[in-house]
Design a protein around this ligand. Structure first.
Ligand code: ADP
Length: 266
């Protein structure tokens, strides 16, 4: 049994063997623990939309709820929630198992940033919150996967807009000699200091976000973190409750570009 560790003893080879066995046993316990946690979290997340769907269907079936456009819209909303959850989960499990194909290539991020700002702005009503891009066009090239970077940006911009009822969302990008940084800054509801360390955990959602039924799944940031790491970058969050949040991530500058950037800085 995994609990019963192999005892170490005086013979050095056996001692080393026992230590490496104990390490392996500990790793396996960790995997098993994470699997149990995932199944527990998942059950919890699936139960809510399923209970709502069951309630409506039962009411429609026995005639206590009248069929109306509103009821069908609610049913459709819960079904979409389940669909999003399943899609996000599939993506997360692939990312955690390292099965997501990442096609690194050198490219300029500016066109992607500006087309995303355009696309999201087109969907905003009355420019509220406002969405703007604040960055130079001649950014150094990054070595990353354009599709995966877009996935991260869609998640961060989507969150910023969702958690900023009124105010501003600004996209910025700047470079150091080896990294390009992108920040999504908002003036929205913000995150409390004690909550901030949890934002990248899968299924974690602040109570305020749950209350408002914002339709999120609590998995987007966990996927974004894995995607950024798979592209050799880091992702960070800063926030002040009631003032707003900034999520920023780095990507390595493509070798040729970083050489030119270093020369230009001399
Ligand atoms: P969700 O689908 O719920 O948005 P995420 O993993 O993307 O899931 O985010 C996890 C939680 O982090 C959100 O539910 C919300 O509580 C908080 N959060 C994320 N982005 C922001 C933001 N820009 N402002 C305030 N809270 C945020």
């Amino acid at each position: 049994h995994l609990e019963e560790r192999v005892p170490t003893n005086e013979i050095p080879e056996l001692n080393r063997l026992a230590q490496s066995f104990n390490r392996m046993a500990k790793d396996l316990e960790g995997v098993e623990q994470r699997r149990r946690e995932l199944v527990g979290d998942l059950t919890h997340e699936l139960r809510t939309p399923l209970t709502v769907l069951e309630g409506y269907l039962e009411g429609l079936g026995d005639g206590t709820i009248d069929p109306s456009v509103d009821i069908y819209q609610r049913l459709a909303k819960e079904t979409t929630r389940l669909r999003n959850l399943v899609n996000d989960l599939q993506e997360l499990s692939k990312a955690e198992a390292g099965y997501l194909p990442i096609n690194l290539q050198s490219f300029n991020l500016y066109p992607l940033l500006s087309s995303l700002v355009q696309k999201f702005s087109d969907q905003l009503l009355d420019d509220n919150p406002s969405l703007t891009l604040d960055c130079p066009q001649n950014l150094p090239l990054v070595l990353a996967d354009p599709e995966r970077v877009e996935q991260v940006l869609v998640n961060l911009i989507g969150n910023a807009l969702r958690y900023t009822l009124q105010g501003r969302v600004t996209l910025r990008a700047w470079s150091t000699t080896t990294q390009l940084w992108v920040a999504v800054e908002d003036t929205g509801q913000g995150i409390a200091p004690e909550e901030l360390p949890h934002v990248f955990e899968r299924f974690w959602r602040s109570d305020r976000s749950r209350d408002r039924h914002s339709g999120g799944t609590g998995i987007g940031l966990a996927i974004s973190q894995r995607l950024v790491e798979l592209q050799n970058g880091v992702i960070q969050a800063e926030s002040e409750l009631g003032k707003g949040s900034t999520f920023q991530f780095s990507l390595p500058i493509a070798p040729q570009s970083s050489f030119i950037a270093a020369i230009a800085k001399r």
